[in-house]
Design a protein around this ligand. Structure first.
Ligand code: PRP
Ligand code: URA
Length: 209
């Protein structure tokens, strides 16, 4: 079973309270989503392997450690996942970016796929799937299934807010995937929105409501 890492860092809690506030405007919402993504990326990449390199500083030779092993890919689930990409690739500039377009059917709440474009060498990369919201888990589970069809073996999911139902769904469908979340909320409502959540992440990032 994949591990669930709930990151209760004070900075994340503070920034989450800004996202949850219905009076937070688009500009600040978008900025804070990016800031949270960067903080979460710091934790989710804690186990990346490193190798020793020798560097000449202006003073002396120094044994340092650089990233080693598998290269990385970031895969946002469109649209809202896009809000997490820029700050993550500013920390990991060599990461490639794949895109999966999914929207939830408003009646059934089932994900509908409309776009998929992956880097050609995605199967050799460690993949971080990013999306602010894990509600029923249908979108994340389908996205991970699509990515596995490319031969990817190492996949991590990063969501800002998760419902217990979404975590359970991903753990059942993809027991090999670790999940990083900033908060696990109480439940889903009758429209499959997370309670208390933050509303519709895509609409709040892109100002479409
Ligand atoms: C939201 C969110 C997730 C999905 C979560 O996207 O960004 O992708 O819902 O719900 P689930 O866990 O029940 O599948 P949405 O479908 O609203 O599309 P958008 O990002 O384009 O707004
Ligand atoms: N998608 C969102 O954007 N918010 C929710 O609460 C659930 C799904």
């Amino acid at each position: 079973m994949g591990n669930v890492h709930e990151l209760n860092h004070p900075l994340l809690q503070h920034k989450l309270s800004i996202l949850r506030d219905k009076n937070t405007g688009v500009k600040e919402f978008r900025e804070v989503v990016g800031e949270i993504a960067a903080l979460m990326c710091y934790e989710a990449t804690r186990d990346l392997p490193t190798e020793e390199v020798e560097i000449e500083t202006p003073i002396a030779m120094a044994k340092c450690r650089c990233l080693a092993g598998k290269k990385l890919a970031i895969v946002p689930i469109l649209r809202a996942g896009l809000g997490m990409v820029d700050t993550i690739i500013s920390l990991i500039p060599s990461a490639k970016v794949g895109h999966i377009g999914l929207y939830r059917d408003p009646r059934t709440h089932e994900p509908v796929k409309y776009y998929c474009k992956m880097p050609p060498d995605i199967s050799e990369r460690r993949v971080f799937v990013v999306d602010p919201m894990l509600a029923t888990g249908g979108s994340a589970s389908d996205a991970i299934t699509f990515i596995k069809e490319y031969g990817c073996k190492s996949i991590t999911l990063m969501d800002i807010i998760a419902a217990p139902e979404g975590i359970a769904r991903v753990q059942k469908d993809h027991p090999d995937v670790d999940i990083f979340v900033a908060a696990v909320d109480e439940k889903l409502n009758e429209n499959a929105y997370i309670v208390p959540g933050l509303g519709d992440a895509g609409d709040r990032i892109f100002g479409t409501k």
